[in-house]
Design a protein around this ligand. Structure first.
Ligand code: HEC
Ligand code: HEC
Ligand code: HEC
Ligand code: HEC
Length: 422
């Protein structure tokens, strides 16, 4: 038994609680002993709530009465993101060294969860307050079992069906469903919450893994992992295997969109298409018009998630042209040349493509080096913490810029957003 792991008593760690609220971690995460923010602020809570209406005829009827057919789209689209964010519960199970490094430069732990933890601009002091305030585990040495034991562990892993939910780096198992290897993103499925076990050796001490295998909810009260009725010997064998098996070569990135210039398009690109497929489909949720949402323009406009905000609204052509507020407090164009000589807008979109690809090549574990600086201060890829644009969408933005950024023929139609909780 590891009693210290049973619960993180945040009440006894006021500094960590203050940091979690100030940095708005609770807009995406359910946080133990911390009240959620108002519904209008909850990226996860509102998506969970709206998507759950699908199974409630009464709510669908009410929704249609209020929003018409758009309500079907709300329900469908909210179900693709922020409905499986892991709750921040029992965080004391993690190794302090992992959280310290990961908060500054998070990579993708759950390959079947479309959204990832965004790279936030956390100061060293914020990270320390969180790491020490949450009472994380000191690193214990990892096991070094003989090869024979690792082979036994691999067989048991297969036999117990662990591979039906978990990827383990690039290792293949007979019991592994083909769907688990396709990385189709975004994918909401029973696998969404299961981490790739290649990360476990950085995240968890052996003692914790054994405990978690015997009784997942003793370590993490909100664990979605089933209790598999393992014996103590089996749990010990599996812990050794998961923490010490050599990691195979990295899994190839699911899609490798070409970053070359797009093919010549026959028809002219319209702003309306860029708006519908990029700006107001994805970006607008963090770069919206502040007047529209009671003064909250989202993390990328008026600020949030610990960001001060850069004043960028992508809600209309005029605002896209207004650009963002620079360090000197003056507006600057998002089409200005970036480091690579390309317009900043294209640079941030391509950066996210690279960030997504890097998540599948772990520099620390595979001896490969990434050229991408993913530290807290490095430029952020957009959309922040979300799947990169599809190649066609990227090509559309590129073609629109190349065509001289034509303005829309008519003002965009209203795109209602539910106002529950406001
Ligand atoms: C925009 C939404 C968002 C915000 C804001 C956010 N997170 Fe996350 N976080 C996520 C998602 C999504 C994951 C799952 C990532 C994965 O599994 O790859 C995650 C994962 C985590 C994990 C790993 C949990 C586990 O069980 O593996 C920790 C720890 C964490 N976040 C801490 C924080 C802290 C601390 C903050 C505030 C400083 C924060 N998060 C803010 C979306 C968010
Ligand atoms: C009050 C409810 C509510 C809140 C709060 C909310 N959303 Fe949404 N979100 C929606 C609805 C409704 C849609 C579908 C919009 C549509 O189809 O026009 C949506 C769609 C999205 C999409 C597009 C999904 C797709 O199909 O590609 C993204 C991205 C998104 N939200 C991000 C966020 C983020 C980030 C936050 C927090 C800063 C947030 N949302 C907060 C209701 C909400
Ligand atoms: C039904 C799906 C499912 C099965 C089967 C399953 N797990 Fe899990 N496992 C999860 C989920 C989901 C989590 C993430 C924590 C949570 O939410 O429960 C997890 C977490 C873990 C973790 C912690 C990883 C981390 O980085 O935090 C380990 C280790 C683990 N599982 C090992 C195993 C082993 C070994 C087996 C087979 C005996 C197994 N799991 C079977 C779903 C599953
Ligand atoms: C989950 C929230 C979120 C989403 C979604 C998002 N952004 Fe951002 N964006 C931010 C934040 C926060 C910043 C400010 C970062 C900072 O302070 O450095 C930002 C900054 C930017 C900048 C930098 C402005 C400059 O002039 O340097 C650009 C450009 C940008 N976003 C474009 C986009 C585009 C295009 C999309 C959609 C494909 C998008 N963003 C989606 C949160 C988001």
């Amino acid at each position: 038994m590891v009693p210290a792991l049973v619960a993180v008593v945040l009440a006894g760690a006021p500094n960590a609680t203050e940091a979690l609220v100030r940095l708005e971690c609770h807009r995406c995460h359910e946080v133990e002993n911390v009240a959620p923010p108002p519904m209008a602020k909850q990226c996860a809570g509102c998506h969970v709530d709206l998507s759950s209406a699908a199974s409630d005829p009464q709510r669908m009827k009410q929704g249609h009465a209020e929003y018409g057919e758009a309500f079907d789209r709300f329900v469908r689209r909210t179900a693709t993101l922020y409905v499986d964010v892991p709750p921040l519960v029992g965080l004391a199970r993690f190794r302090a060294s992992w959280l310290r490094r990961w908060l500054k430069a998070p990579d993708d732990l759950r390959p079947h969860l479309a959204e990832s933890m965004p790279r936030l601009r956390l100061s060293d002091a914020d990270v320390e307050v969180l790491v020490s305030g949450l009472g994380l585990s000191a690193d214990a040495p990892l096991p070094t079992p003989p090869a024979e034991r690792l082979a036994q562990g691999a067989a048991l892993f297969d036999a117990k069906g662990c591979a039906t939910c978990h990827l383990f780096g690039n290792a293949r198992f007979r019991s592994q469903p083909a769907a688990l290897r396709t990385f189709k993103r975004p994918a909401v499925s029973v696998y969404a919450r299961a981490p790739d076990l290649r990360h476990a050796r950085q995240r968890l001490n052996r003692e914790v893994v054994v405990q978690l295998l015997l009784d997942p909810r003793a370590v993490n009260a909100r664990a979605a992992m089933p209790s598999l009725g393992l014996t103590a010997d089996e749990a010990a064998l599996l812990a050794d295997y998961v923490l010490a098996a050599p990691l195979a070569a990295p899994v190839k990135a699911p899609s490798t969109p070409s970053l070359k210039a797009p093919a010549k398009r026959r028809s002219p690109v319209r702003y309306e298409d860029v708006d519908a497929r990029v700006f107001r489909k994805v970006c607008w949720h963090c770069h919206s018009n502040a007047d529209f949402a009671d003064g909250d323009g989202g993390p990328g406009n008026t600020g949030g998630f610990g960001f001060k905000g850069v004043g960028l609204s992508l809600a209309s052509y005029e605002e896209v042209m207004n650009g963002s507020i620079g360090p000197d407090g003056e507006y600057r164009s998002i089409f200005r040349k970036g480091e690579s000589g390309e317009p900043v807008l294209l640079e941030v979109l391509k950066r996210r493509v690279h960030e997504n690809q890097r998540d599948f090549v772990k520099p620390l574990e595979d001896g490969r080096s990434s050229t991408l600086d993913a530290s807290a201060d490095a430029p952020l890829g957009m959309p922040l913490g979300l799947p990169a644009l599809e190649p066609e969408e990227l090509a559309l933005v590129e073609a629109w810029i190349a065509a001289g950024k034509p303005r829309p023929a008519s003002p965009p139609g209203a795109m209602p957003r539910p106002t529950m909780g406001r």
